[in-house]
Design a protein. Sequence first.
Length: 450
Amino acid sequence: MVHNKIPTRSNVQKVLGHLKLSEGIIYLNGNVMQERDNTDCELPFRQESNFYYVTGVNEPDFHVVIDIATKKTILVAPNIDPDHVMWMGLPDTLEEMQAKYDVDQVVYADKLNALVQTASKIYTLPISKTTAIDSVSSKLVDAAGQKKLENAFIDARLIKADWEVEIMRKANKISSDAHIKLWKAAHPGCNEAQLHALFLYESARHGAFFQSYFPIVGSGMNAATLHYNKNNAIMNANDVVLVDAGAEFELYASDITRVFPVNGKFTPEARVIYSIVLEMQKKCIDLCKAGVAWEDIHYTATEVGCDGLLKTGILVGDKQEILDKSVMAAFFPHGIGHSIGMDVHDVGGYPDGVERINKPGIRNLRMRRVLAPGFAVTVEPGIYFFDYLINPVLNNADTGKYINVDVLNKYKSVGGVRIEDNIIVTEGAPINLTTVPKEIDQIEALMASN
């Protein structure tokens, strides 16, 4: 069940547990309502994730003060402004907010400075804006203190509570159902924009008015661009379409990618590449267990992909040499996935002191951690045919010999294939939150049933 009142008190306890301090206060400001340049038209409001994590408030102009010693959370609401009320209606009363949010006390903003006056130290995040408490700026911690608080938030947010998993499950259900609607709506001559619009509609009508990121709807060669977002091309009968789209529900993200044939049947070439990527994904999901290093899962995807491309004849030669020389990065240039939670590329990808591995492909891995129970991750291998990435490898005497150009040209029209699910790590088998089918026969059967 999704909670109306999210248990943010437990989140505060988690943050304080990681912070390991005995005195001082934490001060955070929430996002403010912003307007489009030089107009009075409001932009869509979305709360800053850390602020929401400890308050549950998705409204503008709030602050929060957390007393480290007493663990008391005081929510600071904006003062009532008659002009604002005229346009936006009456806000909740203090009593209504107290009942609505999992905090100890709610006060108006004119009490904020009195609240922070007696603090010995004030901890903020690097992104915090502290103009509202300028009178006590001398008590603000330095960059090292801010980093300490940021790391406490990261460590808390990385491990998802059961109620967070349930919200993410709902986000995945809404998005999964929307993906299937797109399969049924696609047809030769259809525009990518129509599918983009349908995804937004299907999300919004189930209460998800925000997307976790700008949807990617790429048909044919457009699917080879990782973050393609023009979404305006006409689809041809033999194209496959790559849709990477995920709705946000109650400020938690989903991030799902599926590939399907415009005319309902995969071409022989698309079937082969799709099958390789599906095998990459299944092997990697099976490895998503506590104690496994994330880069090892990426290496597994690379190796399985290499086996597949050798079998097709796109790659030729010694497998170990191909892997050692990073030839696979020409076809699989990104990381296997990332942390996901309140943000689609969630916090904590690289802990302090952990560097990126500076090799093609894996240098783009968004996370280097050992998996722990409660981690939420995406698993999203892909194979792409993008000349800009392939040609430098092909034209290099040391690596070009591993690519058979004639066979490569036979498969180029596939464009790109990526398959992405959202996974919760446990001590045992991983939990897959994503419910969209991904077997070729399931996709073709669902499209045929339309």
